[in-house]
Ligand binder design. Sequence first.
Ligand code: WTA
Length: 633
Amino acid sequence: MLKKFSENDLYEAKEYTPGEEIYEEALDYLTFWDSVAKSEIEWFEPYREIIYSGNAPFYRWFLDGKVNITHNCLDRHIESKGDKTAIIWQGEPENEKEMITYRELYQRVCRFANALRTLGVQEEDVVTIYMGMVPELVVAMLACARIGAIHNVVFGGFSSKALSERINDSDAKAVVTMDGYYRRGEVIETKRIVDKALEACSVESVVVLERVGNDVNMVDGRDIWWHELEEGLADECECKALDSEHPLFILYTSGTTGKPKGVLHVHGGYNVGTHITAKWVFDLKDGDVFWCTADIGWITGHSYVVYGPLSNGVTVLMYEGAPDYPQPDRWWSIIEQYGVTIFYTAPTAIRHFMKLGEEWLEMHDLSSLRLLGTVGETIDPEAWRWYHKYVGSERCPVIDTWWQTETGMIIIAPLPGITELKPGSVTLPFPGMLVEIHDEKGNPADIGELVIMNPWPAMFRDLRGDPRRFVKQYWTSDGKRTYYTGDGARRDEDGYYWIIGRIDEVLKVSGHRLGSAEIEGALVSHEAVSEAAVVGKPHEIKGEVPVAFVVLKKSYEPSVELEKYLKTHVKNEIGSIAVPEKIYFVEQLPKTRSGKIVRRILLAIEKGEEIGDITTLEDVTVVERIVNVKGAK
Ligand code: WTA
């Protein structure tokens, strides 16, 4: 018998969530997804078949259906909810705020869709969006989707180099950006970063939103102000009836090679999956003010700031700035001010606020909250209980949600009021999802790699330009086409899932996904560096931080200055989030006889742990020499 976690028994909302029997019913997953797709989403033309698996793992869902995600996020709400607030926007400066109704959002999206058209943007053209957290970012995404263009949002914290790589790789036709935005009271000069990026690639047009009024350089014939482009354009724009499988967006994410992967999602399935998970996992009600703190530059922002909540017609809160600026109570004051009811954030933020102290929460009335969510990394039971006690006043269930950029939607999470909670566990798979754990041989086990056994509507469809990597990296080649997540997990005696962490060389730094190989690539691109290995060192607040071991070229000597230069170099190549906390200069890296770097040993050295078996190394003396370098620091 499960021990009931008391607050879960108190939770009674269950406005839209189904009963416990849904778990059983949804085992017949195709019937389940079919009924969700039919009852929750409006189709211009019904689909003929639920799924096509003939070319697996290139699954296709809702065959020949005609749909457009923006119709479900906007048009269908206008009649009943036109005057309802769709977006509450709070700028970092306290006096800057905006309330946008569903009707206004619809009109702004239409107008900008017309604007994109005047630039010659057509179906399947890629538009790169590089902006801070402002409503126009949402407008730009929805405008692309409305006309069948593909958006590629690049996180505002990425450097010009990372931006140009993404523009190039996705073959973008246009860039939508802004003059700048606020972060910790400073102006981030976004347009300047775009200008730098465009030295290394080219696009036909750049649309620039005026936000802070800083000086920007406008290139004739290429750059145009958002407001000038929109002049005289209509606020109606026909919603294109697109094929269910029409591409919606590309979002780059990190993997085990140096090259980010362009994860591709499509209109129909992604709409179905994000809609129903948002509705049930967060138990959405009409009067909710839903705040997902993720930046839209990451998948969490795509699925649960924009598409999932808007498809459900709830009010979404967006905040531009830093969580603890100008004071550590900024988030809590926003919750109080706007009566946020559902709050979805990452464990790294929770740990940060734990450290800052409860007094910052106690200053505010957080009684509007009724449900709390978390995502991005494992939440340890201590942080879970703190979140539950101090943010949720022991009233709100803490809903831990497991998923990935590739899955598009939440895959494992409790259903509030139905699934009993256990602090630190992501609990049970969402209805319609068949999840298992496999050992190294691919046999079911209680501890091993988390795998997904069935296709699901919001699954990614491909990696842009690299279908071979898509097939090889994620799916078994047997007839079952099992999806391998890259996460280690265990299942307890109640069948509950506990996520252990990545089993590959992917790091989670403050919830942001980064590849060791990507940071290594950035280091090696510096003229002084011959080889580099990066490991993720556990960090109290950030979860993990990158630590680098670097072999210099012969003519270079280790120095404090060089370490600084290399850190700046990584910042320029990728962005601040990727900068190693520490760089050790070593003579050699531990490698197997076949030349593979054994990062496990470096991590053990960094953590001061038992190093374990080193007999497979080509040269075992390397280990001692690295230990000495580290010891000398
Ligand atoms: C990790 C973020 C533990 C996991 C939505 C996964 C989690 C990676 C959780 C995907 C969770 C996400 N508990 N770990 N609740 N949620 N992860 O693509 O390692 O940025 O593979 O998507 O985050 O990161 P991504």
